[in-house]
Design a protein. Structure first.
Length: 326
């Protein structure tokens, strides 16, 4: 591919920018396709139409990010009409769980579309883009799971999503500390490392990372493991944290010195059969036990501007965001 040659024009509503950023980042990560996207808007005084036309003339494909927001945009409609009249391939990508509808269905009812939340359809799209433009080497993956280099002093790589999650903005699975299988109910009786009120809790050592008690290692393999409290401290002290919303899910965008970022949803926690604080608090297990309180372990606690390593019951269900030392 020629340097700076664009293959894909992304037509979208800026109201959907957070979801679209994740989508485009994934295309760049997995294929050699080069997307033209107006992230920041054309500067005042620029010939907006001329710039859009020039960008459209360079590409082979127009990806239409279809949502209620984009369906109400007259300029998006003009972009698609121009692309159609100049022979570009148009691929609608639905991001709000709907289907082709309205004026787009009227004009392009025979076009196949991609539901971004349907993993099979999404994989097909990525596969086609890889076939057309070439697949990138999976240098940003370990054992099939993507990581981000945040430029941390230790060189630690952070996973882009939680264990069991379909994408960065999803909660994923909940685990008791030291267990490698998720479940829906979390009690002392069901916690495998609780031996009863007389004997208390099993001592699993001072660091369960990369051990048989590590769900990240068990589920993902490779060099993936639970973060330690030092890993959490490094993330807190060396990155910019921003509360944000992606696809109606609250969380934190964490940006490192490389400019790369990860997203941690505030998924809450589970106790008994109840899911507490979803969308309000983040709870992420570490590999480190609290030796002062034998029934507790350390976790990353997130709420508003309060971000710290805290301790809590080992039997509660919390999420896991893996790390790797590659």
């Amino acid at each position: 591919m020629e340097e700076n040659k664009y293959n894909i024009f992304v037509s979208y509503s800026r109201r959907d920018i957070d979801r679209v950023r994740l989508f485009v980042d994934d295309i760049h990560a997995k294929t050699n396709a080069n997307c033209w996207v107006d992230w920041s808007g054309i500067e005042i005084g620029s010939q907006f139409t001329d710039i859009i036309i020039k960008a459209l003339d360079k590409v082979d494909v127009l990806l239409f990010i279809l949502s209620d927001n984009s369906m109400s945009s007259e300029f998006v409609k003009k972009e698609i009409t121009y692309a159609m009249n100049t022979g570009k391939k148009i691929i609608p990508v639905v991001i709000d769980g709907g289907k082709l509808r309205g004026w787009f269905l009227f004009e392009f009812g025979q076009i196949d579309y991609i539901d971004i939340d349907d993993q099979l359809q999404y994989n097909k799209l990525i596969g086609n883009l890889s076939l057309w433009y070439g697949e990138k080497k999976k240098s940003d993956e370990i054992n099939g799971h993507k990581f981000v280099d945040l430029g941390l002093p230790s060189g630690l790589k952070w996973a882009t999503c939680n264990v069991g999650a379909a994408g960065p903005e999803y909660n994923g699975e909940f685990f008791a500390w030291g267990e490698t299988e998720s479940r829906k109910e979390f009690t002392d009786k069901s916690y495998s490392h609780f031996r009863g009120f007389m004997q208390g809790y099993t001592n699993l050592g001072n660091n369960i990372g990369a051990s048989k008690y590590d769900a990240a290692t068990k589920k993902w393999g490779g060099t993936w493991r639970l973060p330690t409290i030092d890993d959490f401290d490094e993330l807190l002290n060396n990155c910019v944290w921003e509360m944000t919303v992606i696809d109606n899910r609250n969380g934190y965008k964490i940006t490192g010195k490389t400019g790369n970022s990860i997203f941690l949803p505030v998924a809450g926690y589970r106790n008994g059969k109840t899911h507490y604080c979803e969308g309000k608090n983040g709870h992420y297990w570490s590999a480190s036990p609290d030796n002062t309180h034998t029934g507790c372990a350390f976790y990353l606690y997130l709420t508003g501007e309060n971000k710290r390593v805290s301790w809590g019951s080992r039997g509660y269900g919390r999420c896991i965001r893996p790390v790797a030392d590659e």
